[in-house]
Design a binder for this molecule. Structure first.
Ligand SMILES: [Zn+2]
Length: 355
């Protein structure tokens, strides 16, 4: 599996490039491991994804899911060299998520003769939202009953956290109107910048609590723009942007109404609703497998950004995420502790056998 991981890292898959090469590596590895499987290859707007299945029939009991695409390497020269040092393997995607991907490929090889129908999803486009990967692949395949995703969700040690959902993502743009004028006579104008004070206070005082399974809704002002074009001109309007992560109680409607109290217009420019796993058996089984391998019980969490799992969860598939520690994820020096991946394989295989 170590060579598999290195081979995966050595393929530059920034923005889902070279997907065909990934498909070839995975197929050769599975064949080399003597796995019995069939494979379907998909391509949506130039982005490849692959679905491997064992030969069992019936409803798919479990899907193992990962993505091969990575974020850009920036100025990191060794990003695609898969350097190994003291038990760690370095490279872009080492933890996000070619490490977790190698683990589920190996787990799938071990499970290929299972009587349960099991899928392995190797997807592109995750880092860009999954709209040309997971979302489209899901339209072409049977919905699996359950899914384990191996994104790097651990914080300090493998399995210290297990994710069972995520908040929704809402991007908003708003406007505060005023009346422009000469800055030497402010009493004749209505300066929208002065009114921003109320907006800032409102955002800072926001109470997003109320959902017992998901974290509090948060609001972050990320842009405020107003200019009259010169220092002596009072602008006529101010625009702003807010990044909101929402739970089921303080939701989209609530947030829009809340902001409307201190501005003239609010527009939703992106809304990706929350997801939360409802398959308790899946949580129980994976949790116990983690405990057996690591000696500790994972904390169930719904923090962090969303993943490809949301598309499946929205349709009723049980989804949990457990993966290696995120070490310098998306940064220079990204790495994964190889030992964690060996444990992860055992966690996934045990879970699959018990479900
Ligand atoms: Zn990822």
């Amino acid at each position: 599996m170590k060579e598999l991981l290195k081979d995966l890292i050595r393929v530059n898959t920034v923005n889902s490039a070279n997907g065909g090469e990934i498909g070839r590596i995975v197929k050769e590895y599975l064949e080399g491991r003597g796995a019995k499987f069939k494979v379907r290859e998909f391509e949506f707007e130039g982005i490849k994804s692959f679905v491997y299945e064992n030969k069992s029939e019936g409803q798919c009991e479990l899907a193992l899911c990962g993505h091969y695409d990575v974020v850009p390497a920036l100025d990191w020269k060794e990003a695609f060299e898969a350097v190994e040092r003291e038990g760690y393997i370095y490279g872009r995607g080492a933890c996000d998520m070619k490490g977790g991907l190698a683990a589920i490929i190996e787990a799938f090889a071990q499970l290929s003769e299972s009587e349960k129908r099991i899928m392995l999803l190797v997807l592109g486009d995750e880092e860009k939202g999954g709209f040309k990967g997971a979302e489209r692949v899901l339209e072409e395949i049977d919905l699996p009953k359950r899914m384990i995703l191996t994104e790097p969700f651990s914080v300090k040690e493998l399995g210290d956290k297990m994710r069972i959902g995520a908040r929704g993502v809402l991007f908003l743009r708003g406007k505060i109107k005023g009346k422009g004028g000469h800055a030497s006579r402010p009493h004749l104008a209505d300066n929208p910048i002065n009114k921003a004070e109320k907006l800032i206070k409102k955002v800072k005082e926001f109470d997003g609590s109320g959902d017992d399974a998901l974290p509090a809704t948060t609001l972050s002002l990320t842009q405020i723009n107003a200019s009259g074009g010169a220092i002596n001109v009072i602008p006529s309007e101010l625009t702003f942007a807010v990044d909101c992560r929402y739970n089921r109680v303080k939701n989209r409607e609530y947030v829009v109404e809340y902001l409307k109290e201190v501005c003239d217009e609010v527009e939703v420019v992106l809304d990706q609703r929350e997801y939360i796993n409802k398959d308790e058996r899946l949580v129980e089984v994976v949790k116990n497998a983690i405990k057996e391998e690591t000696g500790k019980e994972p904390l169930l969490s719904a923090e962090g950004g969303s993943s490809d799992g949301r598309f499946f969860c929205w349709k009723g598939c049980g989804v949990v995420e457990v993966g290696p520690v995120a070490r310098k994820m998306h940064a220079k020096g990204e790495c994964v502790k190889y030992e964690e991946l060996e444990k992860l394989v055992r966690i996934v295989v045990k879970s699959a056998q018990r479900l």
